[in-house]
Ligand binder design. Structure first.
Ligand SMILES: [Zn+2]
Length: 453
């Protein structure tokens, strides 16, 4: 994440934490069982792991998300700019992959592949991990395939499907139902670290920082692309975990299309008015059933400034009152509301302020559990009434205040030379990985440009 001055909106959009484009999702290939079979067993294929929606990390490395390869001697991928991705540790070649190192990995792949192909009703029974195809790391997202042809070994370095889809496939795996496999994967990663990094000392997984975690300290330490891979898997698995039964008939549902769609296992049929067989389940017989696909909850989040950008309105929620973290106004959108109307409503309900103009700036996926933050900028025309703060409507805030932009600038761009007394209350801004911080920074930068400071 860049904290340099005056980053453009386009840069912010491309670098958005949890929202960087890492893989080409090729979503139409999820239901192509030939492609899924080919990619699932390919040596170059990468896997990331979850337990109760917590990602498996190895926290003592620059890259914290554990990403394992199927085959041994796969290249780590470092041709995409800063930071490496797709391996454990600092090596250029991944010495040992899952197929050679984890007993039963091949039979686990074989079982899931067959269940996925036949849409088996026990696809997510106990002791069966749930797989999710995330996409292909390919040239459309910046991979240079030529860098993967570095030696003359006969092992394939990337997947080539029909000469048309070439790259490295990524899967997420939910191990929650599979204690033995969970143990094997954690042991494999820990043994690798003990072998290469602990100078002969045999550490436990905890001692080496190998565990499943849902601590902000860890997932906010991800490099941008790791954060986005984590986010994609976390949001899909959250949806799959919450949806075990069909809303149409109550029968169990299973994830088909490599984890991308839920399917009702009720096979019952009945005759319709024309005497044709149709499914008794209303979801299965409906022409469009959006309950079969993942949902995203829209949240609007807004920075609010006056027309000449000398003041910015920040609010302190009751939840964060102890930390003095002042942030943007935010709230869930309601059915049949435009982003602009929802934004004006939230600002008035929370702060009492009347906003004159709303502009949509950028968005951020927020995987806790499945939000899309829609980042806006609101402008208030001061007239003695519009800017008046009133916290009594919905009573969600502990405080809201118009701050001088110069004060907020010092919080966005802290300087060692700064007079330490400029912030006697210890007011803080949200973390830089959040769209809230990025929006506040944007208002500060625009004010700087406007006033030519
Ligand atoms: Zn059903």
């Amino acid at each position: 994440m860049s904290h340099s001055r005056h980053t453009s909106v386009t840069d912010m959009q491309q670098d958005m934490y949890f929202g960087t484009e890492v893989v080409n999702r090729v979503s139409f290939l999820r239901e192509d069982t030939e492609f899924i079979t080919q990619s699932l067993f390919h040596p170059s294929t990468r896997f990331i792991f979850y337990h109760d929606q917590k990602p498996l990390i190895h926290k003592n490395f620059t890259n914290k998300l554990t990403i394992l390869t199927n085959g041994s001697k796969q290249l780590s991928i470092d041709s995409m700019g800063k930071g490496k991705i797709g391996f454990t540790g600092e090596h250029a070649v991944v010495e040992s992959g899952l197929l050679d190192s984890v007993d039963n990995w091949k039979s686990v792949l074989t079982t899931w592949n067959s269940d996925n192909k036949t849409q088996a009703s026990d696809l997510r029974a106990s002791n069966k991990p749930v797989f999710l195809f995330l996409g292909l790391l390919d040239e459309s997202v910046g991979l240079d395939l030529h860098t993967l042809k570095f030696d003359d070994s006969d092992q394939e370095k990337f997947l080539d499907h029909q000469g048309r889809y070439q790259g490295i496939a990524y899967y997420a795996v939910d191990l929650t139902n599979s204690p033995e496999l969970t143990n094997s994967i954690v042991t494999f990663v820990n043994d690798y670290i003990n072998h290469h990094y602990t100078k002969g000392v045999v550490n436990t997984p905890e001692e080496n920082g190998v565990f499943f975690t849902h601590s902000r300290k860890h997932y906010l330490g991800f490099e941008n692309r790791e954060a986005s891979l984590f986010s994609q898997g976390a949001m899909f698995f959250s949806w799959l975990d919450k949806n075990k039964f069909c809303p149409g008939c109550g029968h169990p549902v299973i994830p088909i299309h490599a984890g991308g769609k839920l399917y009702c296992t009720n096979t019952g049929t009945e005759k319709d008015a024309e005497g044709q067989d149709k499914f008794t389940c209303s979801v299965k017989s409906a022409p469009v059933a959006n309950v079969s696909f993942p949902r995203t909850d829209m949240v609007i989040i807004t920075t609010i400034a006056n027309r000449d950008s000398t003041k910015i309105l920040l609010s302190l929620s009751k939840r964060y009152a102890f930390s003095k973290m002042y942030s943007c106004t935010a709230g869930f959108m309601e059915p049949s509301e435009t982003v602009e109307v929802a934004t004006k409503r939230e600002i008035w309900e929370e702060t009492g302020v009347n906003c004159s103009e709303i502009n949509i700036i950028m968005t951020q996926p927020w995987p806790f559990p499945s939000n899309l933050m829609i980042g806006c900028m609101g402008i208030v025309d001061f007239n003695g009434e519009n800017e008046q703060i009133h916290l009594g409507h919905d009573n969600e805030l502990s405080d809201a205040r118009w701050f001088d932009i110069d004060f907020v600038r010092q919080l966005v761009y802290p300087s060692k030379d700064e007079d330490e007394d400029f912030n006697p209350e210890g007011i803080m801004l949200p973390m830089p990985e959040s769209i809230a911080f990025q929006l506040i920074k944007l208002v500060v930068d625009e004010a700087t440009n406007k006033h030519k400071l």
